[in-house]
Design a protein around this ligand. Sequence first.
Ligand code: PPS
Length: 199
Amino acid sequence: MATNITFHPGSVDASERSELLKQKGITIWLTGLSASGKSTIACALEQTLLHQGRFAYRLDGDNVRFGLNKDLGFDEDSRVENIRRIGEVAKLFSDASCFTITAFISPYRLDRKTVRDLHEKANLGFVEVFVDAPLNIVEQRDPKGLYKKARAGEIKEFTGISAPYEPPENPEIHIKTGECDVTQAVKAITEYLVSHSYL
Ligand code: PPS
């Protein structure tokens, strides 16, 4: 634990930065089971926003675990720490006026709430997007063969099989990926951004 540290505010605060850059940052937090469609939606959303000339950036579960969080596994404590770090990173990106798109299973309600609170305390936007696909569907998709391995006991603590997933109770956006395509999912999110004056 660091001691004797002092927070240095800059000469430009978040609201002045938004005005200067003509973009207000927000974290768009996608949560859902593995293979629910988080990464696909996140990629398409990032592409759409960038093509509109917006500053957008995607943080993705697998990718972040190659670098910043390479020391973390999938036990409960590691997942809590994973989301805590991502929450802090997302807050920094949003503070920098970025449309920050995160795609992590983020299985625990409390952790997602902690990230939301962190943003709200800093007066930064946060929107929770539940990428909802039932277990039987994601298990059929199984693009990486992980569910099969988890059922065979080759992967321990696999979300939905041998580790919990706590679905959001009141997400701002609820996308059922078995019932809509990626374009519709992106539209639901951009419509939210328009109706809340981010776009
Ligand atoms: S978490 O729960 O938010 O910390 O997970 P996350 O950082 O999003 O990482 C999820 C991706 O890691 C792969 N993987 C596992 N997922 C769940 N449980 C276990 N045990 C596990 N082991 C590896 C998996 O490919 C997840 O990718 P997605 O994109 O979600 O399918």
